[in-house]
Design a protein around this ligand. Structure first.
Ligand code: GDP
Ligand code: MN
Length: 374
């Protein structure tokens, strides 16, 4: 499981590795407030899991609050290499003169941990090892013996940094190794590790891939899922993060479980589920649908509601509002039946939304749409 940048940076920071001050926000207004808190100038970074965000336009600098608002406005809802931006990091823009590379990986060929380091940070390590393998320092660590001091000193002497930085890089290597071991990482990477003119080293980006079981044990979920659950709670939504790609919204626990089983039986996996409970208003449905549209791993939303106390027209209104807000860019399939069904149907028919009254048909349509899109 790959952690999203801010989760990784938080772990590094907790382990005592210097990182920039940052906040994670979910709309332009919050971005402006965050910029005031961390201090201008700032860098706005799309919290997506795809690599090479910088090149793909996911990392932008802002000098003023106006700029923060404008750039954040453009970032939110945009797509970086096919992944929708639902969250942005606002980080202090650290002025630096050099970019280093530092990582620790599992080396399956030799069954060791491998420390990789380079003065040529900022670029992809694959590219670096292809184009300038001599610039990539490799020190392997026997997992049974653990990290020895001479290995740390070797990394630092091969990097050949200005003298004052040697103890700092050594400290970071040790701490990164601790994170790597403690979280059962397959990869713990800092790229770039910035070297500032006043002689500091600061981790500007973190890529941590941790063992799936360890991730569960430590409460990490794909793409900041635990955070998502907390956020949903604040909105009064009953949300549970999973790892597939179909986001499920239902009313009532029984219907929710039945819908999940149905998706599984069709060979797909739910990305999450959200139980609206009884008597959901248009507003609540709107919040729920929007919330799922914003989850990076949700490729399609399947909403399955049996209207009783809940009214179909309210549900339909909420759906349409969220759908329009995303200008139809997100996929949703709806099964809606019961109270005020006709009114609900009419509202939905004005949009290009798959609508069904029977549950198996809706689930099949959801799976079909995903199969044709990927
Ligand atoms: P990636 O493209 O997904 O790896 O995103 P990074 O977080 O590594 O950012 C890409 C590039 O943006 C880095 O190599 C830096 O040159 C630059 N960058 C990122 N964060 C900062 C920052 O806080 N300050 C400055 N000056 N540059 C940054
Ligand atoms: Mn990077």
């Amino acid at each position: 499981m790959r952690l999203i940048e801010y989760e990784g940076l938080s772990l590094l920071s907790e382990a005592g590795i210097p990182t920039p001050r940052f906040r994670v926000v979910s709309d332009p207004d919050e971005a402006v407030k965050a910029a005031v808190e961390v201090g201008l100038p700032v860098v706005l970074k799309a919290q997506v899991l795809v690599g090479g965000r910088g090149k793909a336009g996911g990392v932008k600098f802002a000098e003023s609050l106006d700029e923060v608002e404008r750039i954040a406005g453009a970032l939110f809802g945009s797509e970086i290499r096919g992944e929708r931006v639902g969250r942005v990091m606002v980080a202090e823009a650290v002025k630096h003169s050099e970019e280093l590379y530092l990582s620790i990986i599992v080396d399956r060929a030799s069954n060791t941990h491998l420390i990789l380091a380079s003065r040529m940070g900022g670029v992809d390590v694959e590219e670096l090892s292809k184009r300038m393998p001599e610039k990539l320092i490799k020190v392997s660590v026997d997992p049974l013996i653990g990290l020895r001091d001479w290995q740390v000193r070797r990394v630092s002497s091969l990097l050949d940094l200005p003298s004052g930085l040697a103890p700092k890089i050594q400290d970071i290597v040790r701490r990164l190794y601790e994170v790597y071991r403690a979280f059962y990482c397959d990869l713990a990477e800092i790229n770039p590790l910035a070297q500032t003119e006043d002689g500091r080293l600061i981790a500007l980006d973190a890529k941590l891939i941790i063992d799936d079981n360890a991730a569960r044990m430590f409460g990490f979920r794909f793409g900041g899922g635990l955070d998502a659950e907390r956020e949903a709670e604040k909105l009064g939504l009953n949300y549970v993060e999973l790892e597939g790609d179909i986001g499920i919204i239902c009313n009532g626990a029984g219907l929710t479980m039945a819908t999940m089983d149905l998706i599984h039986s069709l060979g797909r996996r739910p990305a999450c589920f959200l139980d609206l409970g009884g008597g959901a208003s248009a507003e609540k449905v709107y919040e729920a649908v929007k919330f799922l549209f914003n989850r990076p791993h949700v490729k399609l939303v399947l909403l399955n509601v049996l209207a009783g106390i809940t009214r179909s027209d309210e549900v339909a209104e909420g759906i349409v509002r969220a759908y329009d807000e995303f200008r139809g860019s997100k996929k949703i399939v709806v099964r809606l039946t019961g109270t005020r069904e006709e009114e609900g149907r009419r509202i939905l028919e004005s949009r290009n939304i798959g609508y069904f009254t029977r549950m198996p048909e809706a689930a099949e349509e959801a799976v079909r749409q995903l199969a044709t899109s990927s």
